[in-house]
Design a protein. Sequence first.
Length: 375
Amino acid sequence: MLPVDAPGDALPSQPRGSTLIGRSQALKVVQQEVEYAARSDAKVLITGASGVGKEVVAHLIHQRSRRRHAPMLTINCAAMPDTLLESELFGHARGSFTDAYRDKRGLFEAANSGTVFMDEVGEMSLRMQALLLRFLETGEIQRVGDERNRVNANVRVVAATNRRLPERIAAGEFREDLYYRLNVIHITIPPLRERKDDVTPLLDHFLRLFAAEHGVPLPQCSPDAVAALEAYDWPGNVRELRNIAERLTCRCPGGLIHADDLPLEVRTGSAVVESAPARVASPAPAQALLDRILLKGESFWDVAYEPFMARDLTREDVRHLVRVGLEQTRGNYKALVQLFNMDPQDYKRFLNFLRKYGCHMPFQRFRMAPGREIE
Ligand SMILES: Nc1ncnc2c1ncn2[C@@H]1O[C@H](COP(=O)(O)OP(=O)(O)OP(=O)(O)O)[C@@H](O)[C@H]1O
Ligand SMILES: [Mg+2]
């Protein structure tokens, strides 16, 4: 029998932040909805702006549901082209396209009895929407290139988007029937600016988290810093707060944080760019990430992969790490796996990940001109 590959670089989603920190009334409502969703097996649609905690909520629902002993697998629907997304979700048969050397299970099969978290579901093409709808209606999986065989999978779908889907439906970009299928339970997470009561507990939580992670004494916040943080508009929501907390932990270890220590945009109360996607600068400079890998011996999966999948790191950050690593290994990807503290068996998965997310670089350049900055 032919070996069957596991889906691409899909990993069981790591339970990140298994509690929802906050004390606002709005967050209490979300917490109640999570409990309610966890008790049922209905599909859930989680909406809210970027960085509000949609993925945290998805994890909580799975962790508290009766499916918690089965896997929860995550797919970012915006991160890959249609053909790849189809094969990731439904699997493919050997020979169905170049490079399809083996039969491969898709995510829906691999997560059987568990949950599939479909992030950025609003970005799916109309064709993929039709395929997803067919699966949701029949529970049947048809692998790419295998017209005859169908398998059934019992998965719960939890989807998330920061798009306003009704607007996309009106524009003819999202199927209304799919919307109603996904939207059995709808959880909306309000932006942080509408629940300012959560700022202090979140800040406290993240300062403790990063002080422990970086092994530095816990800093304290002065009243003027707290006032500025509470007055700020938080266009990047909790993710932005988390990033600022990490910077403050490194900047004022064990000290008192004053308003002057806060980033300019917080001090002046101006949002970075109002209409830009609420993605803020990387939490730590690339050098700090490299130090964690090269000096502290942490693995690429923890330092770069996880935050990248959570969109706390940009593609450029990952490319930078890879570029610096390849310069050291003179373009040798096998040596890079070792340098980045990964298991040698992770080689293929590492390359798949880099290719899928556009972070792969031709090794030849590093052989010809070691140390030279490329691109
Ligand atoms: N209430 C909360 N308590 C603790 N951590 C939180 C909370 N809300 C968000 N976070 C943290 O903030 C960061 C962003 O959260 P998350 O990834 O869930 O946002 P998101 O809504 O999925 O964003 P995007 O739309 O950009 O994918 C994560 O590091 C997450 O752990
Ligand atoms: Mg998310």
